[in-house]
Write a protein that binds this ligand. Structure first.
Ligand code: ADP
Ligand code: MG
Length: 489
């Protein structure tokens, strides 16, 4: 393999959020009984006509804007003709000649040398994004094939990249970044298990330094990121072995076998002319309203990697924190709402990325899927108030952790928990002073070490005081008090 380099282009189908199908009012939702979400248009009955779903068009335009595409002034519908039982009309409505979104590029972040170090960023070029309808689902049994038309007609945006990636690592980084952006913009939940995002991987290899693209194969319908990764790696190896033995690569469509971890040839690659594309005579071209496109653009959320950069610059947060906060728009929104109550970005970010996520994952161990921030009782105000109380010196950081755990479990506000359990930090100098005197009297060795310049020796004196006050002594006050008493004595 060392003398070859890989070239990868991806085609990603994303199911855009919409109550109804692409060309009819039949609804779609995941998990319905087979063939209950159909109508005459979905089944391609004679005499039916398609009616455009405007929500799907807006969602796709939004997607294009998020990914830096040019939004076409006019887009058109074509019939892609093929004969197969998943499509009762014998054609799929798609956009071949004039897609809705043209060009575009996606910023990706490659994994760093370790989890704590930010990796290199680069841009992956897109070719286009077009809208099309999903076909039905076939289930092949031993002696029969079952057809479910629930998915048939569901609106899909197909994102086509340029052959602009060169490893499975880049492809995975691309898919993760793309997925994040789509979820941020509310275009799709991109749940691959529910078929909301599927990927075809086109792979070729060529001698290093050669400009000409090699012959590619296309792996169809990969339904998880780990399958994309494994199938690309397998394909690069397979092609390299063929070329090294003096063979040639056949342009073909392949299928990835998840269980065996290998791919096999499905069919020789069809060419565009095999599909006899022609403009659909039943659908008008769509004129995009420029004012509406501008409105959609103005409503776009900040892109995740832009947000990550902003958090690093404006709040001086480290990559280890920003990478966690910004990968999940729910988390970053939670964080920003908390800042409105109390502007302490570092402490709040720490509570969210460490304590909150730890409690969420512990809580979800009892259920089967990870709990999300929206599913717990904690609000941004809980965390912001807790940090504020700590910053004001009412409780110590140490007690703060205890309050957090209880707050997470009960949903009570921190002040209530502190009052109820008498957790207020003791700023009562009298009581603490007496305890300090005791500690000094009881540990001449530590006092001596401190007097000889060893500041850390004070910790041995703080320990018993903290213990006696159950952690409620104000640490800064304790520090000052001990020094004053020793210096005076
Ligand atoms: P089709 O529509 O027939 O599948 P396209 O030319 O639209 O073909 O390309 C589909 C995908 O294949 C794109 O993502 C593109 O980047 C990728 N691709 C094209 N040629 C190559 C190649 N030689 N190696 C790897 N990927 C390729
Ligand atoms: Mg293709």
């Amino acid at each position: 393999m060392s003398s070859y380099e890989a070239v990868i282009g991806l085609e990603i189908h994303v199911q855009v959020k919409s109550r109804t199908k692409m060309f009819t009012a039949a609804p779609y939702h995941y998990g319905a009984a087979p063939n209950t979400l159909t109508d005459a248009v979905v089944l391609g009955l004679p005499g039916t006509l398609p009616v455009l779903n405007h929500v799907a068009i807006e969602q796709c335009a939004k997607l294009g804007l998020m990914l830096g595409c040019e939004i076409a002034a006019v887009c058109k519908w074509d019939r892609k003709n093929y004969f197969y039982p998943d499509s009762p009309k014998n054609y799929q409505l798609t956009q071949n000649e004039e897609p809705l979104c043209i060009g575009g590029k996606v910023e990706i972040e490659l994994p760093g040398p370790s989890r704590n170090v930010e990796g290199v960023h680069r841009w992956v070029e897109l070719n286009r994004i077009h809208l099309e309808e999903d076909p039905g689902k076939l289930t092949h049994e031993a002696f029969e094939t079952l057809i479910d038309f629930n998915r048939a007609g569901v609106p899909l945006a197909e994102i086509v990249t340029e052959p602009d990636m060169s490893s499975s690592t880049e492809a995975v980084a691309f898919l993760n970044c793309l997925r994040n952006m789509i979820i941020y913009a509310g275009i799709s939940d991109c749940n691959m298990e529910k078929g909301q995002m599927r990927c075809d991987a086109n792979v070729s290899i060529r001698p290093i330094g050669c400009d000409k693209l090699g012959t590619r194969t296309e792996m169809k319908n990969l339904n998880s990121i780990s399958n994309v990764k494994a199938s690309i790696e397998y394909e690069i190896e397979r092609q390299a072995e063929i070329l090294e033995e003096g063979g040639t690569i056949t342009q073909e469509t392949r299928r990835w076998d998840v269980d065996k971890g290998i791919s096999f040839s499905l069919r020789s690659k069809e060419e565009a002319h095999d599909y006899r594309y022609f403009p659909d005579p039943d659908l008008m071209p769509v004129q995009m309203d420029r004012a509406r496109v501008a409105e959609l653009e103005a409503e776009l959320p900040e892109r995740p990697l832009d947000k990550q950069r902003r958090y690093q610059t404006d709040f001086s947060l480290p990559f280890t924190i920003t990478s966690v906060l910004c990968q999940n728009c729910e988390l970053s929104e939670f964080f920003e709402t908390a800042l409105e109550t109390h502007n302490a970005p570092k402490a709040i970010a720490n509570y969210i990325t460490n304590d909150l996520l730890r409690e969420l994952s512990a809580a979800s161990e009892h259920g089967d899927s990870a709990l999300s921030v929206g599913q717990c009782q904690l609000t941004p105000a809980h965390i912001a108030t807790l940090v504020k109380i700590i910053d004001e010196g009412v409780i110590s950081k140490h007690i703060g952790k205890e309050v957090f755990t209880e707050m997470f479990a009960s949903g009570e506000m921190p002040d209530a928990i502190i009052d109820k359990n008498g957790l207020k930090q003791s700023n009562d100098t009298g009581e603490v002073e007496a305890l300090c005197r005791e500690a000094i009297a009881g540990n001449a060795k530590a006092v001596g070490q401190y007097k000889n310049g060893n500041e850390k020796a004070l910790n041995a004196l703080k320990g018993p005081v903290m213990k006696a006050t159950k952690g409620k002594a104000n640490p800064a006050m304790l520090d000052q008090l001990l020094k004053r008493l020793i210096d005076a004595g």
